[in-house]
Design a protein around this ligand. Structure first.
Ligand code: PLP
Length: 453
């Protein structure tokens, strides 16, 4: 029964990013099944999953092609490693396919088991690159406040979440942060485009403060996801690229969320017009059916590593896990077959943008943003005269109030502070977008009613 599951859960399972005591009091919601974009819980409730699990189930739940690929591979060869100058057919085939679907500078991949491990790989790889070239002092990696790059020591250090840094003495040495390109919070009186250039300029200021000869790389998510779906102005990334080029700083695109169609392009860097040297991926590569991550290694770095580097002393037991790679192959082929990237770019993405423009009229919404099939609604107090919105006091916890209503009404939306965010499966139809929007509106109304109580 649900109660039994909850009791055993509270007794034994330490959940990630969770206040253990409050969870034990409330009890977990037990998810038992899923199909397409809908989850079912242990009490039989149907829930529209507007977060694709955790930004990952791009092709939706229950895709037979992925299930078959895993089953076949489990029977044929459930595991073999890539350490002993050995490789398995699915890992090789996937490496080849990835080099086809990624931008042209990428013809090689280093596999990991997760996005966090991918970003740890990035830290070691960029430092190794500069070391091989005789510039070991070029070791500083610049990232951004409120970024999320994973939970390992290096991943969390690259991330800019102050709460994470406070637990465990992070960041590790040689990681610097700049402010995020969040126009609503940091834009002041500037227009979006002007702000985009100013925000990119913070990178140049940091490079000059650290010393250009000490900076190895800059890392960023094309759209900050866990930071609240912060869609940067279109002027931001081209300017970041120009600054990286000017100082010879490597550009790393964390595509763990933005990759595999989320933005209406195969990769977010293509949406925003950058040419990264490294690109981390995870989540959407297998639509989350099994764990897999990795780093696409651009030719500039691959050449140095391969021709001058000797052994790269780094890797994971599950680097190129055959079952994960088999599922990833089926997943990518399905994305191609269903034309999901094109569908998000030309149809459902623009439609979601339109729907969000309508949601922006809601009295609780101060800003509505989308990019492909991801979106954010900033909740704030708006007076009737349409003056500037005022944020809620943090004690109100307005995001969590709204999230509670979503949960109770059959919708999963995530709250990041006062931003309500979505990243639904890319198979979502227009009719399902309408269904989701109606649920969102209802939950916003209920949240607003709470504010007046
Ligand atoms: N990078 C980004 C942008 C992410 O959103 C995440 C996870 O949410 C990660 C890295 C870490 O990935 P994983 O949880 O697979 O380690």
């Amino acid at each position: 029964t649900t109660r039994e599951w909850q009791a055993a859960d509270a007794a034994h399972f330490l959940h990630p990013f969770t206040d253990f005591q409050s969870l034990a009091k409330k009890g977990s919601r037990i998810i038992t099944k899923a199909d397409n974009i809908y989850l079912t819980d242990s009490d039989g409730h149907r829930i529209l999953d507007a977060m694709s699990g955790l930004w990952c189930v791009n092709v939706g739940y229950g895709q037979q092609a992925l299930i078959d690929a895993a089953t076949r591979q489990l029977k044929e060869l459930p595991f073999y490693n890539a350490f002993f100058q050995t490789a398995t057919p699915p890992a090789i085939e996937l490496a080849e396919l990835l080099s086809e679907v990624t931008p042209p500078q990428f013809s090689r991949v280093f596999f990991s088991g997760s996005g966090s491990e991918g970003n740890d790989t990035v830290v070691r790889m960029v430092r190794r690159y500069w070391d091989i070239l005789g510039h070991p002092q070029r070791s500083v990696i610049i990232s951004r406040n409120n970024a999320y790059h994973g939970s390992t020591m290096a991943g969390a250090s690259l991330g800019g979440m102050s709460g994470m840094h406070a637990q465990g003495g992070l960041p590790i040495p040689g990681i610097e942060h700049i402010e995020q390109p969040y126009w609503f919070a940091n834009g002041g009186d500037l227009g979006r485009d002007e702000f985009g250039r100013v925000a990119a300029g913070w990178l140049e200021q940091k490079i000059l403060a650290v010393g250009p000869d000490k900076v190895a790389a800059f890392i960023g998510e094309p759209v900050q996801g866990a930071g609240g779906v912060i869609v940067p102005p279109d002027t931001y990334w081209p300017e970041i690229q120009r600054i990286c080029d000017k100082y010879g700083v490597l550009l790393v695109s964390d595509e763990v969320i933005c990759g595999f169609g989320r933005t209406g392009h195969w990769f977010g860097c293509e949406r925003f017009g950058t040419r990264p040297d490294l690109m981390t991926f995870a989540k959407g590569v297998t639509s989350g059916y099994v764990p897999l991550g990795g780093v696409m290694v651009g030719d500039r770095i691959a050449k140095v590593l391969i021709e001058q580097g000797g052994e790269f002393e780094h890797g994971y037991t599950y680097s190129g896990h055959p079952v994960s790679c088999a599922v990833a192959l089926a997943n990518i082929r399905l994305i191609q077959e269903l034309k999901l990237v094109e569908r998000v770019r030309d149809d459902t993405g623009p439609y979601l943008a339109q729907v969000y423009t309508q949601l922006a009229d809601h009295p609780l919404v101060a800003e509505a943003q989308t990019c492909g099939l991801m979106g954010a609604l900033l909740l704030a107090r708006r007076d009737a005269k349409g003056g500037r919105a005022r944020p809620f006091a943090p004690e109100v916890g307005i995001g969590m109030v709204c999230r509670g209503h979503c949960f109770a009404n059959g919708l999963i939306m995530r709250a990041v502070g006062d931003r309500m965010i979505i990243a639904p499966p890319l198979v979502m139809t227009r009719a399902q977008i309408d269904e989701m929007a109606a649920l969102i509106r209802r939950c916003l109304d209920l949240t607003l009613a709470d504010c007046h109580r």
